[in-house]
Design a binder for this molecule. Structure first.
Ligand code: HAM
Length: 415
């Protein structure tokens, strides 16, 4: 075996755990489509400037976490640390009609210190509603996230929501916060002292207890919203009353990316350790215009796939809906192969091994493939017009008339 192993902060998804990843992705895909989102796939790497322009040059992502490289022709490129900027670029470049609702499942890359729930390569499941301004859309996005976690059995999921204002009301608030913090500068950590001038709102994100102590008395965004933002937030809260996921207002919730305005929100679970954010998002009503498009409101959400897997109840990996066909002698190989073709035409996942005529060996292969049922194709049974069907979980064996087999299997496998 190679000595080097997989790179730090990356993961292999191998069977049977990879089936759980598939389940999570499918649950997300199904829900996103139910809410009218269509799939978008953008490149794994983009020109670096789009991330600097969107996430913000002072953000942790841009400052410390991007995988940036120069290609052989001298282009400055970056592996995407998040899904949103590539989607906005693609919407404009492909002149998609607006409003549009898009979803994606994409690997992302951030060079951070790996720990439980934090990886250097991870998957985001995201939605972006571009061109809609009504706060009911914000509530719908949050509701979709809540439904997703509920469907996967994550019962303790909570979503915190806040509003951080707009270009009209934020400058005043920012100045006020900056003034407040500058009087306590010596109590702040070096990072927050830096943030004071660059982006004082980011101090709310700091994990240092001394900073959190100072922030307890700090002015909060919610008390400084302009009438339009206050109305928008009020309508969001009213719309959330019918949201089935537990939620609360968190007046100190700001997010680590610069493009947000008005609504911000974050899903968390106590089943996760310090990296407890399952997903998050918010409004970014200025980003499309900053990328050269027309003024266009937008809101989105991205969920971390690995953290979702960590927060899901243990449970058994769902049994593989697979049928394994066993031939009992050389004369039965051809009819067995024909049966495999028939079942596949009927959309029933089917395996057959051609290598060994030994029945015991074939049963062993069925077992290690995780098959749910075996169908035995025997000469004597074929003459009587039946197959033997063996349930590999209970060991029970029954005879099924040949023409009835596909329908019976579809029923048993719930296909
Ligand atoms: P974000 O909060 O940076 O937002 O990331 C979204 C989610 O990705 C996090 O809540 C977390 O579950 C997962 N995540 C982030 N970093 C890591 C990591 N190093 N390892 C494992 N999981 C991670 C965004 O990226 C925004 N683009 C969300 C958004 C979409 N806003 C509007 N539209």
């Amino acid at each position: 075996m190679l000595k080097s192993g997989r790179p730090k902060g990356t993961q292999d998804f191998v069977p049977p755990a990879s089936a759980k990843k598939f389940l999570v992705e499918n649950t997300f895909r199904e829900l996103a489509q139910l809410y009218g989102y269509e799939e978008i796939v953008t490149p794994t790497f983009e020109h670096t400037e789009i991330f600097i322009k969107s996430s913000g040059s002072a953000s942790d992502i841009v400052q410390k976490e991007m995988y940036t490289f120069t290609d052989r022709a001298g282009r400055n490129l970056t592996l995407k640390p998040e899904g949103t900027p590539g989607v906005v670029r693609a919407v404009l470049e492909n002149k998609l009609r607006i409003p549009c609702r898009l979803f994606y499942i994409t690997p992302c890359f951030r060079y951070s210190r790996p720990q439980k729930g934090r990886y250097r390569e991870f998957y985001q499941l995201g939605i972006e509603a571009i061109g809609e301004t009504n706060p009911r859309v914000d509530a719908e996005v949050i509701q979709l996230g809540g439904q997703f976690f509920h469907r996967l059995g994550i019962a303790d999921c909570l979503v915190r929501v806040n509003s951080i204002g707009c270009q009209k009301c934020r400058p005043d608030y920012r100045a006020k916060l900056s003034l407040f913090l500058s009087t306590k500068k010596e109590k702040l950590c070096p990072d927050c002292q830096n943030r004071l001038t660059v982006n004082p709102l980011r101090t709310f994100d700091c994990k240092e207890t001394t900073c959190q102590e100072v922030l307890k008395a700090a002015p909060i965004p919610k008390d400084h919203l302009c009438p339009e933002c206050a109305e928008h937030f009020g309508e969001l809260i009213a719309a959330l009353k019918s949201c089935t996921c537990p939620w609360e207002i968190d007046p100190r919730l700001v997010r680590g990316l610069d493009y947000y305005n008005r609504t911000t929100f974050e899903f968390s679970s106590s089943r996760l350790g310090s990296q407890n954010s399952l997903g998050g998002g918010g409004r970014y009503d200025y980003l499309v215009a900053e990328f050269g498009g027309p003024p266009t409101p937008a809101i989105g959400l991205a969920i971390g796939l690995e953290r979702t897997l960590l927060a899901m109840p243990e449970g058994k990996t769902p049994a593989r809906p697979l049928v394994f066909i066993i031939w009992t002698g050389p004369d039965e190989l051809k009819p067995a192969q024909d049966l495999a073709n028939t079942l596949r035409t009927e959309k029933i996942p089917t395996l057959i091994s051609y290598d060994s005529p030994k029945i015991k060996r074939q049963f062993h292969l069925a077992d290690s493939a995780g098959a749910r049922y075996c169908v035995l194709v025997g000469g004597e049974e074929l003459q009587r017009g039946v197959y033997s069907l063996k349930d590999l979980q209970t060991g029970e064996q029954t005879e099924i008339p040949i023409p009835e087999l596909p329908a019976r299997l579809r029923q048993l496998l719930n296909i």
